[in-house]
Design a protein around this ligand. Structure first.
Ligand code: PXG
Length: 442
């Protein structure tokens, strides 16, 4: 262990950790100091099996040589290039390669630095598109209950996670929400897509009737809601949403920050469900989580609508200092090369039946009230301790960490999303460790 890894609790106060129980953590810190493939190594030298791909982002597994080399080489060759009015070849190359794997017709890519920024970018493109195409009255944005679209103001406005919204004032105006699609009383223990709930998409008709279609710019949904505990769309739901958006001239935005880059067993959830959105929001797996980067894919007609007027004028007043920056672009190219060489954008499809079987074998484990799965995503919902919601699952998280397994919990739900290189033996190991943890859990 190197000296730089040797942190003691007294050194921990300056860093205000994101989405963390800071005081509890700093009393008993959990630290990773290195990683390789499917495993992390902790500061005290233990191996931890990664059943969450970091935070849903390390799709190719950890410290993959192609990506490491790409970054190392880039750092010595071109560290930074201005993002506005000047380019560098790798950003263009990455955009080309991304448009080649994206659903047909989404051939233009706007780079950002995170999922949250990709969401803001998508919402701004949607609003501006209607304006440049003569429909400036379309200013409303429609999100969904229980949705997570990052933490910036646009994202929390269209998002539907109450604790993420309630502290932050009035948020964006002109936002409405569809109902969420989680119907445990009808769909519990469904394998794959739930049978019931497609009609919940028709709520968009009610919203249209209330506000009039001419005021609505876009609907944004996660094809599979991740952060809120893995909510899988009912059969036919997304198609209905697509049809209604088309009927009313409303743009459909898919937030594929979690579902993108092979997580579903297809490159994107759009491919999995056979539904093409107008705008597709991505981040995370784009660079295997190694360098922060996001990419927003835009339907050609939307992009082209901006490309009018005098050519010396900036067409879209938006962008970041680090949009498409050289290090991130290099990481993206190394990541796509790894995905291609190892077939990772579709490997999940081969493994999904095994994954489903293994997860559902936990149906009789202690405290389990629902199990859901799609692609290489899984969720195990636990009954909450009375009067202390979230505590049971969070205790499971801490016990798992001690045992050498990294899981994610949200509410009383264990969410699983292993790197796409996971083996069948490792799937068995994840499941048997979870069974042991649940057996011992109060
Ligand atoms: N959209 C979706 C659908 C996401 O899941 C974001 C946007 C925001 O991305 P950034 O890069 O700004 O964090 C996300 C992020 C979890 C978990 O364990 C999920 C996310 C982030 C951290 C933890 O569920 N999703």
């Amino acid at each position: 262990m190197s000296a730089s890894n040797n942190v003691t609790p007294n050194d921990l106060s300056a860093f205000w950790m994101p989405f963390s129980a800071n005081r509890q953590f700093k009393k008993a810190p959990r630290m990773f100091v290195s990683a390789s493939g499917m495993y992390y190594t902790t500061a005290d030298g233990r191996q931890v099996l990664d059943a969450t791909a970091g935070l849903w982002c390390v799709n190719a597994g950890h410290c993959r040589p192609r990506i490491t080399e790409a970054i190392q080489q880039q750092a010595g060759e071109l560290d930074y290039a201005p993002a506005f009015q000047i380019g560098h070849p790798k950003a263009f190359e990455l955009a080309n390669q991304l448009s080649a794997i994206a659903p047909e017709g989404l051939d233009h890519v706007f780079f950002t630095n995170s999922g949250s920024e990709s969401v803001e970018t998508a919402l701004k493109i949607a609003l501006a598109y209607h304006r440049v195409s003569g429909q400036g009255s379309r200013f409303r944005l429609i999100g969904r209950e229980r949705a997570y679209h990052g933490v910036n103001f646009g994202g929390i406005s269209v998002g539907g996670i109450v604790p993420n919204r309630k502290m932050f004032g009035t948020l964006l105006t002109g936002v409405d929400h569809l109902p969420h699609t989680h119907l445990p009383e009808k769909n519990a223990f469904t394998r794959g897509e739930p049978e019931h709930g497609a009609e919940l998409a028709d709520e968009l008709e009610r919203i249209v009737a209330l506000h009039d279609a001419s005021t609505i710019a876009a609907v944004i949904v996660e094809p599979v809601a991740g952060s809120t505990g893995v909510l899988i769309p009912p059969k036919g739901y997304l198609q209905r949403l697509r049809d209604l958006c088309t009927k009313h001239g409303i743009l459909l935005i898919f937030d594929e920050v979690i579902t993108g880059y092979g997580r579903m067993g297809t490159p994107f959830a759009a491919d999995f469900y056979g539904i093409t959105p107008d705008i597709m929001v991505t981040a995370k797996g784009l660079t295997n989580g190694v360098i922060p980067m996001g990419a927003v894919f835009v339907r050609n007609e939307i992009h082209d609508a901006f490309m009018t007027g005098p050519e010396h004028l900036i067409e879209f007043m938006h962008g970041y200092t680090y949009s498409g920056n050289p290090m991130a672009a290099a990481a993206g190219l190394g990541t796509l090369a790894t995905y291609k060489e190892e077939g990772l954008l579709t490997r999940g499809a081969e493994l999904a039946p095994y994954w489903e079987e293994a997860l559902h074998s936990l149906a009789d484990a202690r405290h389990v009230i629902d199990i859901r799965n799609v692609g290489l995503i899984g969720a195990i919902e636990l009954s909450p301790i009375e009067g202390e919601p979230t505590k049971r699952a969070f205790t499971a998280f801490r016990k798992a960490f001690e045992k050498g397994l990294l899981i994610r919990t949200t509410g009383d739900i264990i969410a699983l999303s292993p790197p796409l290189i996971v083996s069948r033996a490792e799937i068995d190991q994840i499941v048997s460790m979870i069974r042991e943890i649940l057996t011992d859990l109060d």
